[in-house]
Design a protein around this ligand. Structure first.
Ligand code: K7E
Ligand code: CUA
Length: 682
């Protein structure tokens, strides 16, 4: 037997390799899409002893430490096997959502959420996608074609991710996108009326009845009304929107949706209560100072004005009661066609309370059982932990320290704080595991801090203790742990979502990628396993879901499927019934696509004609996607197997325009083309 001390590098490598094989033999291959041929050849190599020797040589040549080798073995996924978890990451400025496998940290997909994306044919002509993009435009029709996505939210059932839908917000324009995880496509975009900025969004209630969206930078209400900065206290307001989600329809619906007026503090992040705190919603805020900036006039800049006070306010909202109040006649005001509970009604009905929270709070995270709210201050060194039972008691006893300038009752800080824990410089966001631990990102320090929650998770001396910190590179914003914000977190993995990468990757000019760092939290010590550059925008929040909870379509269930309605389009082109129908100034085409041709291949129209193409990919084979691009017309569709799509355009460019399949689908893919012939007017 090896003693721990004498365990050399080579034996460590061998042990890991042997260990990995034992694990893969034991666990079987069913969940991983196994590859028996690979396994047996690898086992043979291991038995021969050749692999360990060469592995050791490779490690030596590449200057890898035993820790490096260990990390590599923990993240490597052989070809054909699948990751255990998937992360849904906000895409930041890209306006999209990234899907990333864990532990491999491989990028699997960029889901087009708010921004036109040509590969998926999102926003390049298909009626289904153009309709969704238009929904997200300003009411005037002004097009919004970028977004700053921050917080994805998977739908939940009883507080567990169910893998059905995903929501994501756009901080830049106060929008919400709804993504259906049957085909990973965006089905709906909401330009939320009345607000133009958000941040505390998106968060869902434990059964996804509501999608929560709080405004960030206060504006007039609605924002389209003009007021000067000197009218801030009087005319500016914050707002929280509760979007009702209809799971059967897969859409946010008007019926049941409502908003609540809030003071013009900058509501920051929210979280929905769960288990014991289900039915309540908690939102941080900053700028309870009501600072209005104006550095150019010699006034204190926002930076200073917003950070003057020692305390800001956590908003405690009784959502269940608010739902009832919103139904009562006379209790709401209609603004921009939406029911809004006015601030005075929110106060008089007992829907809104404040709790002082220290020093520019950022994250608010509800523990798995819903007993505590963990708040961290950007300018504080502590995590402040509030007890939901203490909050309830204080509300019941009307034990207030006073009210703010808008009349909202403020609970006494000391009455509702359950614990405070020194974490480090600049703590932000907290996630949880299955062993009563919390993981808080510490921005200024660039660490991930692990600490023990109090009762019922840990008792006695263990409760509320900081146990470990691991350095990360650098400036960690959010962190995510496996199912770490649900009622039953998994532990195992956390990922540090670092804002800066500085020296971690090959230099690529002055704009650097962010750095996602995978951390193994299953052992006694946290271990950083892998650095993944994100060079497509700055992600904020991420959720990590067990991969087997997702059940997407391998191909669309039937030929002629319209992803916009998630049903067969009766007007879809059918194989054998392709046709071109002409009427005055209009040419309508029913076209099929199959390896390796379109039918029809010649479309002759007159300049100025309205052209409508209904194209169906009649394939049933997995991965047999065809593109449809018309050169010079800014049109590109992605037609996945079974998908039917429609594109409408005016033939305003005369001449000869090849159209072609823009996915390399087959050996004769280059031949999969046709001609659009546009005869000039004269
Ligand atoms: Cu970047 Cu949640 Cu918008 Cu913190 S947020 S980091
Ligand atoms: Cu179809 Cu290429």
């Amino acid at each position: 037997m090896f003693s721990k001390k004498s365990l050399g590098f080579s034996s460590l490598v061998i042990l890991f390799i042997v260990g990995i094989f034992m694990v893969s033999c034991k666990s079987g291959d069913s969940s991983n899409g196994g590859n028996a041929a690979n396994d047996s050849s690898a086992r043979t190599a291991a038995q021969n002893g050749s692999l360990s020797a060469s592995a050791e040589q490779i490690a030596a040549e590449r200057d890898l430490s035993p820790q490096d080798v260990e990390a590599a073995l923990k993240t490597y996924i052989p070809s054909g096997k699948h990751d255990e978890y998937l992360m849904f990451s906000s895409g930041g400025h890209s306006g999209q959502v990234f899907v990333i496998g864990v532990p491999s940290m491989r990028l699997l997909k960029v889901i087009a959420a708010f921004t036109p994306e040509p590969w998926q044919g999102f926003g390049f002509g298909s009626e289904e996608s153009m309709k969704v993009l238009k929904e997200g435009d300003m009411e005037s029709g002004k097009e919004l074609r970028w977004a700053d996505t921050h917080h994805p939210a998977l739908t939940e059932t009883d507080g567990e991710y169910d893998g059905e839908f995903l929501f994501i917000n756009d901080k830049a324009n106060a929008r919400v996108a709804v993504i259906d995880l049957r085909d990973f496509e965006t089905k709906q975009m909401i330009k939320t009326p009345n607000i133009i900025s958000d941040h505390g969004s998106t968060f869902v209630t434990p059964n996804s009845e509501y999608v929560i969206q709080a405004s960030q930078y206060a504006t007039t209400l609605p924002f389209s009304e003009y007021a000067g900065m000197d009218e801030y206290q009087e005319k500016f307001r914050g707002l929280i929107a509760f979007h009702k989600f209809d799971r059967d329809k897969g859409r946010i619906v008007e019926e049941g949706s409502f908003q609540m007026e809030l003071p013009p503090y900058w509501q920051d992040l929210c979280d929905a209560g769960k288990k014991v705190s289900e039915g309540w919603v908690f939102c941080n805020s900053i700028n309870t100072e009501l600072a209005t900036g104006g550095i150019e006039q010699g006034l204190p800049p926002f930076e200073a004005g917003v950070s003057q006070r020692d305390m800001d306010y956590m908003h405690v909202i009784n959502l269940n009661k608010a739902v009832e109040v919103a139904k009562q006649p006379g209790k709401t005001q209609e603004i921009s066609g939406v029911k809004v509970i006015p601030l005075d009604v929110a106060v008089s009905e007992g829907l809104l309370y404040f709790i002082p929270e220290p020093k520019s709070p950022h994250g608010v995270d509800v523990t798995p059982g819903g007993e505590y709210l963990v708040v961290s201050g950007k300018l504080d060194t502590h995590a402040t932990i509030y007890g939901f039972d203490l909050i309830q008691k204080a509300i019941k006893e009307e034990n207030f320290e006073g009210e703010d300038v808008y009349g909202v009752p403020i609970l006494k800080y000391n009455d509702v704080v359950a614990a405070q824990l020194e974490i480090g410089l600049g703590p932000l966001h907290t996630q949880f595991d299955n062993e009563g631990n919390a993981y808080t990102s510490v921005f200024i320090e660039s660490t991930l801090a692990k600490w023990k929650l109090g009762p019922p998770y840990n008792t006695g001396e263990d409760a509320w203790t900081l146990t470990e910190k691991v350095p990360v590179q650098y400036n960690i914003g959010h962190n995510v742990c496996a199912e770490g914000d649900t009622v039953s977190p998994d532990g195992k993995y956390c990922v540090a979502l670092n804002k800066w990468s500085i020296d971690r990757f090959s230099p690529v000019g002055p704009l650097l990628p962010q750095n996602f760092q995978l951390i193994d939290v299953s052992g006694d010590k946290m271990q950083v396993l892998y650095d993944m550059p994100i060079g497509v925008g700055e992600p904020h929040y991420v959720q990590m879901i067990k991969a087997d909870k997702l059940n997407p379509f391998p191909v669309y269930p039937e030929v002629g499927y319209n992803p916009g309605t998630m049903s067969v389009n009766p007007n879809a082109a059918k194989a054998g019934q392709e046709k071109i129908v002409r009427s005055d100034g209009k040419v309508e085409v029913w076209m099929s696509a199959i390896r390796s041709h379109f039918n029809p291949e010649h479309i002759t129209v007159n300049e100025g004609d309205e052209v409508i193409l209904h194209i169906t990919n009649v394939e049933r084979a997995r991965d047999a996607t065809h593109g449809f691009a018309i050169e010079g017309y800014n049109i590109n569709l992605s037609l996945e197997p079974g998908e039917a799509s429609t594109v409408k355009f005016t033939a305003d460019e005369p001449g000869v325009f090849p159209f072609y399949c823009s996915e390399f689908c087959s050996a004769l893919h280059l031949e999969m083309m046709g001609y659009l012939l546009v005869e000039p007017k004269n």
